[in-house]
Design a protein around this ligand. Sequence first.
Ligand code: SAM
Length: 277
Amino acid sequence: MTDNPNSEQAEFWSDGGGLDWVTFDTQLDELFAGVNAALLRIAKPKPTDTVLDIGCGTGATTRDFAAQTAQADGIDISTTMLAHAQKTAPTNTTFTRADAQTELLPADHYDHLVSRFGVMFFDNPIAAFANVRRALKPTGQLTMACWAPFKQNPWFTIPRFIATDLLGSPPPFDPRAPGPFAFADTDYALGILGDAGFINAAVQTHDIPLSLSGNAAHAAKLSSYIGPADSVIRAMNGTAADKAKIIAKTQEKLRDYEQNGTVTVPAKIHLYTAKNH
Ligand SMILES: C[S@@+](CC[C@H](N)C(=O)[O-])C[C@H]1O[C@@H](n2cnc3c(N)ncnc32)[C@H](O)[C@@H]1O
């Protein structure tokens, strides 16, 4: 932990990573539509409910919950992604720049805390979950989607292994450090939720196909810009030419998943739930 918590993440998500996310916003929302459907199915919000979307990014999950509830608020540390979210905000949503770990949120306010891949990036996850839990009503529920292990997700393994074959591997990374797979270990994540004061923490691993209309070339570009292949390219100072090679090889592999103008890649995603105390 640093004096200025989550400052590296704020920079990454407001600059390079966040800019890419905004560029590919429409495709990412199509790709992850099944994750939002699972979150809604599990959270079962009522029309009168209030929802806080943690790490809302460009706001797709906030908007999907807003369509079924009284109010959905998104918080995020990225100025870039929030600016994009605000362009298409329904009247019953707000999008606010806030660090989920430290922001003073209204106490006992929300019926639901939800997140699609927005909770794995905290310097101090116990502090962050304890902080957002205070904003949950005593009867409220947390429902969040996090990636299952990297090796179970070909959307990531395919471009990442192509990138490391070409550029070499970056130094080993603490699997629990902030990053997309920080909550892949379910015992660890359930422990964090318990230490943060949640009760009845549970997880189910879902098979949720990631589908993207268009051909393998289209999907290869997206999978090489967002996620572990991009991390390898950044860490190993890969060039634009390296990136082009990685995209071309990823395209060859993704052809196996292309059918009738859609690329569909299987994925394993942990859906965690927990209640307030
Ligand atoms: C993988 S993106 C997911 C974005 C969005 N939930 C989606 O599924 O499209 C992770 C998001 O978490 C946000 N984030 C990371 N650390 C955060 C923090 N401490 N507080 C609030 N948001 C954070 C990032 O800015 C980014 O928007």
